[in-house]
Every structure is written in structure tokens, then in C-alpha cells.
Design a protein around this ligand. Structure first.
Ligand code: SF4
Ligand code: SF4
Length: 78
């Protein structure tokens, strides 16, 4: 069974500056996307970026991302 990973974008408001969860995950499960999709030749406001689970099958539920997040924005469960 794959884990459920949720990131509250109301709490995580500037993932590009923080990136702690992305860096700590040993199996690179998490990724950064945008709320607006690809914007060709347009600058995207930093507040539009979001962290999300991408490679769920690699998640070992170690909870390192949950523990490192300064905003308490991540939940991981089986
Ligand atoms: S629980 Fe562990 S393996 Fe899963 S996304 Fe978080 S840091 Fe990565
Ligand atoms: S550690 Fe928390 S606040 Fe930082 S980028 Fe990840 S989800 Fe956002």
C-alpha cells in the first residue's frame, strides 16, 4: 500500500526558499510544482510554488520530512 503524503500550502508558503523537506528525504519522494502549471516566458510568483509527493512508491514513511518542516505542513500516513 502506498503512503498518503499531504502538504498544506497554506502553511508552506515559500517552498523554494525553504526546501528542507526536499533535501532531507533520503529517497527523493517529494518534488516542487506550481499551482498554475507551466507558464511559458512568464515569471511565476514564489507563492505559487507547492511541494507535493511525486514518487510515492519510494516513501519509507521515515517521517524525516514531517520532523524537519518548520511550518508543520506535512502529513505522511499509511
Ligand atoms: S516520510 Fe521519509 S521517505 Fe517519505 S517523503 Fe518523508 S522523508 Fe521521504
Ligand atoms: S519543509 Fe515544510 S515549509 Fe519547508 S518547503 Fe517543505 S513543506 Fe514547505
Amino acid at each position: 500500500m502506498l503512503p498518503t503524503i499531504t502538504v498544506d500550502d497554506q502553511k508552506c508558503t515559500d517552498p523554494l526558499s525553504c526546501r528542507k523537506c526536499l533535501l532531507v528525504c533520503p529517497t527523493r519522494v517529494l518534488g516542487v510544482g506550481t499551482k498554475v502549471g507551466p507558464q511559458k516566458f512568464k515569471e511565476i510568483d514564489p507563492s505559487q510554488f507547492i511541494v507535493a509527493g511525486v514518487r510515492f512508491e519510494r516513501c519509507t514513511v521515515c517521517l524525516d520530512c514531517v520532523n524537519v518542516c518548520p511550518k508543520n505542513a506535512i502529513q505522511v500516513s499509511l
